[in-house]
Design a protein around this ligand. Structure first.
Ligand SMILES: C[S@@+](CC[C@H](N)C(=O)[O-])C[C@H]1O[C@@H](n2cnc3c(N)ncnc32)[C@H](O)[C@@H]1O
Ligand code: SF4
Length: 370
């Protein structure tokens, strides 16, 4: 399967934890940017993607007319595409009935809304401008517009966030019956205000919150299907599942990543560098690498293990990582479920430790087999 990701980098303000290519105060560049996306698509290899994901940044910072223009440009660039799933990301303070009407008319099947927490004081303390009530209103508008599925982004481990606060957020969100929830543990990224302030990740409380959330979401009928993702039956994100199965995808826009023909590339992050490359008729690639041998096999493992149901490893993977796999098994972090490799329940909580076994640098002895 092939997916198409389109990055929209505009945001009203920069949240204190966020390290994505997301810029405030740049909206005067929107018209140029939309034209650049179409021009970049023309420079890419011809494809017929089956899923579309418009992410950010904050795509809902586009006006309704700009949103319609974006879809018109994507239709021109990919005339053969028939999206089996199409997702649009937005924030509660910038989604309105007019834009939602455009999205429904374009056949968008999933609206992914960033809430993070339903605690208004906490929202303010991480730099967000909306309230929990704004979110509830937008969910109602999306339903009224006829968008088939709503997904909600939440975070745990925020500074000052208690277990009770997370529980209250889940109760609030689950009462609105979303089809899908993404729940991320805070990662303190360099270059963010949190990093400058010396915010630390609290592993102990983080794990308690993660466990409580998995249980609450399961009680509400949302299956935990990936480390950070939960869905009602039939509502998993096909676009994202394709990433974890090492499927192909094209990314358009600044910072967007692609994986095509075994080659992984990432676009220029800076808006000006992205725009000037595309406007000069050049692909805006900033980085590119072709994982081969042990590295490519390791990718198959650390991506496939993100899925709670696991994956069926290739023979080459089983042979190349027999030693690390046996060691992880002995530690109770992974297991074999018929032909599938999976994380154990304990392994899910320390997934990053497990994944480390599958990324370079490999130990000296194993590196010889590269
Ligand atoms: C690409 S972001 C953009 C979505 C949208 N603009 C918003 O703010 O809701 C997708 C999600 O990643 C999560 N996220 C962003 N930075 C994070 C961080 N440092 N640690 C954990 N999760 C993060 C947030 O839940 C966010 O909604
Ligand atoms: S979390 Fe979302 S709204 Fe906040 S800066 Fe990042 S992309 Fe923008």
């Amino acid at each position: 399967m092939t997916g198409l990701y389109v990055h929209v980098p505009f945001c009203a303000v920069k949240c204190f934890y966020c390290d994505f290519a997301a810029f405030s105060g740049q909206k005067k560049q929107v018209a140029r940017y939309l034209a650049a996306l179409e021009a970049e698509a023309a420079l890419a290899p011809p494809l017929s993607p089956e899923t579309l994901y418009v992410g950010g940044g904050t795509p809902s910072e586009l006006t309704a007319a700009q949103t319609a223009e974006l879809f018109a440009r994507l239709r021109r660039a990919f005339p053969a595409a028939r999206w089996t799933e199409s997702t649009f990301e937005g924030n509660p303070d910038s989604l309105d009935a007019e834009t939602l009407g455009v999205l429904a008319g374009e056949g968008v099947t999933r609206l992914s809304i960033g809430l993070q927490t339903a605690d208004d004081a906490l929202l303010k303390s991480v730099g967000r401008r909306h309230t929990a009530a704004d979110f509830a209103r937008v969910v109602g508008l999306a339903r009224a517009a006829g968008i088939p599925a709503v997904s909600v982004d939440l975070m745990f481990g925020l500074p000052g966030q208690s277990l009770d606060s997370l529980r209250a957020t889940l109760d609030f969100v689950l009462a609105l019956a979303p089809e899908h929830v993404s729940l991320y543990g805070l990662q303190v990224e360099d270059r963010t205000l949190f990093a400058k302030r010396g915010v630390a990740e609290d592993e102990g409380l983080g794990r308690e919150m993660y466990e409580a959330a998995i249980a609450a979401l399961a009680r509400a009928g949302l299956e935990h299907y990936e480390i950070s993702n939960y869905a009602r039956p039939g509502f998993r994100s096909a676009h994202n599942v394709n990433y974890w199965r090492r499927g192909e995808y094209l990314g358009l826009g600044c910072s967007a990543a692609s994986f095509l023909g075994g080659l992984r590339t990432a676009n220029e992050e800076r808006l000006s560098a992205y725009l000037s490359a595309v406007e000069a008729g050049r692909r805006p690639t900033a980085e590119s690498e072709e994982p081969i041998g042990r590295e490519a096999l390791g990718e198959e493992a650390f991506l496939g293990l993100r899925l709670i149901e696991g994956f069926v490893p290739s023979r080459a993977l089983r042979e190349a990582f027999a030693g690390p796999w046996a060691a992880l098994k002995a530690r109770g972090l992974v297991f074999e479920d018929g032909p599938r490799w999976r994380l154990t329940r304990g392994g899910v909580f320390v997934a990053n430790d497990v994944f480390r076994e599958f990324v370079p640098p490999f130990t000296a002895e194993e590196a010889v087999t590269r």
